[in-house]
Design a protein around this ligand. Structure first.
Ligand code: ADP
Ligand code: MG
Length: 249
């Protein structure tokens, strides 16, 4: 049994079958990549895992518990954290203030914007946020406005914000989209470090095959809303159906 078990999940948008009968098992403490052409249903699948969408049929179990019908914040509290396709950070706040937000959420179960005001009275939160920034190698940037960070550092901050909640499953939707090669390589290194240092399972949707083959232990290929094949990176590389459907050969 995987930490994440998706069984027979289907999702229609009007007449469009975005997902049909998707089965996916993600083993604990592995990096599992989900690849497939544009419109294959990758983001829809992710949205079904985090409570943003409710599948029409099927089940989604995380660590033996159903996530279906739960609110996104409840699923987050169960231990699933998600990095969005475009970075979701507050540009007007400093790097440290951004990092404090999930630390409040972790401590209080909620975050209120005015909680940032009496920063001096929130020593435990500041300490926790600074510790996470240190882990992310971002301490030197803690007083910068987040908007001024490079694309790679925005992603690094966002991933750190997710990790501060100590998730057991980290979901990433195209984390290197739009990045220059150097930032992409930094992100790969960061994810490798995270994997080595923590008990964590990573499920990653990714377009860039360099990223996929650098990180993934298992790969599921999704095409037109259905898993085409699931295998090791070595086997996926040579798979004729994959080459035809996805790599365009
Ligand atoms: P991917 O992430 O693999 O590129 P998506 O999951 O975003 O694919 O989309 C799968 C299909 O579902 C696409 O045809 C897309 O246009 C459609 N789709 C996605 N979200 C919605 C929505 N909220 N309403 C209607 N159609 C949608
Ligand atoms: Mg997508």
């Amino acid at each position: 049994m995987g930490i994440l078990e998706v069984k027979n999940v289907s999702k229609n948008f009007g007449g469009l079958k975005a997902l049909s009968d998707v089965n996916l098992s993600v083993a604990e403490n592995t990096v599992h990549a989900i690849i497939g052409p544009n419109g294959a249903g990758k983001s829809t699948l992710l949205n079904c895992l985090v409570g943003k969408l409710i599948p029409d049929t099927g089940s989604v179990m995380f660590d033996g518990q159903s996530v279906l019908g739960r609110h996104p914040y409840e699923i987050n509290q169960m231990g699933i954290s998600r990095v969005f396709q475009t970075p979701e950070i507050f540009g007007d706040l400093t790097v440290l203030e951004n990092m404090m937000i999930p630390c409040f959420a972790k401590r209080d179960g909620a975050f209120e914007m005015n909680a940032l005001a009496p920063v001096g009275k929130q020593r435990d939160i500041v300490d926790r946020a600074e510790h996470m920034l240190d882990d992310m190698n971002m301490s030197d940037k803690r007083h910068m406005h987040a908007a001024a960070l490079s694309r790679g550092d925005k992603r690094r901050l966002e991933i750190g914000m997710c990790l501060s909640q100590e998730p057991r499953l980290l979901l990433l939707d195209e984390p290197t989209a739009g990045m220059a090669r150097a930032d992409t390589n930094n992100t790969i290194d960061l994810l490798k470090e995270i994997k080595e240092d923590r008990d964590i399972t990573i499920a990653i949707i990714e377009h860039d095959m360099h990223v996929v083959f650098s990180l993934a232990e298992r790969i599921t290929v999704l095409a037109q809303g259905t898993p085409l094949v699931e295998d090791t990176p070595e086997n996926i590389k040579g798979h004729p159906k994959v080459r035809e459907a996805y790599l365009g050969e």
